[in-house]
Design a protein around this ligand. Structure first.
Ligand SMILES: N[C@@H](CCC(=O)N[C@@H](CS)C(=O)NCC(=O)O)C(=O)O
Length: 281
């Protein structure tokens, strides 16, 4: 597997980079972004925080709007920001913003016409970390965080793979995709009508099946227009309390669903992960 550097920009004495590569899992060319703290060029290996973005995003939204680089540079954490779906002319798409390209939902699709390329779960869990760990100055300590659809991705991936991550956090996650319009549309298309297949990608269900508990932090804006219909943090609270899974859910008055909210609390999330990522290094 080879990586091609497409851009490198100095930022807080480190570098903000974009790479492309051929993904064998997704069977298409993919681009992702990475922030490397300055010390990363001096033979040190750094832990990684994977960021999963939401609907309509590419690797650029978080890189350009969250303002995460200053703290990542100070803490000594590499940020890896994948795209949100397979891409390209040969990849199936949908006219809606909430299905197809930009809306991969971090699942492995089993249904036609999606199954050929839409395998974002395997891409984020296996292929991308293998690539990053083979080519960049990183350790095997990983944490994962995301927003909205990406918050759903981060939580489900961490719950299914607790040994791979030190910690997980989410901004405004889709907590119960089996019971909201975004989730019903995407899971129905990618996984088919059988709802037992959807359970594999629903945080509220996976929480009840977890054999190991990871530290979880969730931040939610109270003025988020998607809060009641799509995000349903109360379903996550109920699922967590039913199995005594200690989830820290913090509500913030006045904040909406945008990157202005993320920018306001990203330092807290980075410090939360740093405490665990750097604890046993
Ligand atoms: N109708 C909205 C829904 C999509 C949306 O709100 N996307 C969120 C994630 S769920 C986002 O991060 N948008 C990109 C941005 O704010 O930079 C749109 O088309 O932008």
């Amino acid at each position: 597997m080879t990586l091609e550097l497409v851009s490198k920009t100095q930022c807080f004495d480190g570098s903000q980079c974009q790479y492309t590569h051929r993904s064998s899992v997704l069977d298409c060319a993919m681009r992702f972004s990475v922030f490397l703290p300055s010390q990363a060029e001096k033979d040190q290996r750094f832990p990684v925080l994977y960021w999963l973005s939401g609907l309509t995003c590419s690797d650029e939204n978080f890189s350009q709007k969250a303002g995460a680089q200053r703290m990542a540079a100070e803490l000594g954490i590499v940020l890896v920001i994948p795209d949100t779906s397979p891409r390209g002319d040969e990849v199936m798409d949908d006219p809606g913003y909430d299905l197809g390209q930009g809306a991969g939902f971090y699942v492995n699709a089993t249904e036609e016409p999606w199954r050929a390329h839409y395998r974002m779960y395997d891409y984020v869990v296996d292929e991308l970390p293998s690539l990053i760990e083979a080519h960049l100055p990183v350790s095997e300590r990983r944490a994962i965080c995301g927003h909205s659809m990406g918050g759903h991705g981060a939580l489900t991936i961490a719950l299914k793979n607790p040994a791979r991550y030190t910690s997980v956090s989410a901004f405004s996650p889709i907590c119960n995709p089996m019971a909201c319009p975004w989730g019903e549309k995407a899971l129905g298309a990618y996984l088919g009508p059988e709802k037992s297949a959807w359970e594999e990608y629903d945080t509220t269900v996976l929480m009840g099946r977890a054999s190991e508990q990871l530290p979880i932090l969730v931040s939610q804006g109270e003025d988020d227009p998607f809060l009641e219909e799509q995000l349903k943090p109360e379903a996550l609270e109920a699922a967590a309390s039913a199995v005594q899974y200690p989830v820290r859910i913090e509500y913030h008055a006045g904040y909406d669903h945008s990157y202005f909210f993320i920018a306001s609390f990203i330092e807290q999330h980075l410090r939360f992960h740093a405490d665990l990522l750097l604890a046993h290094e």
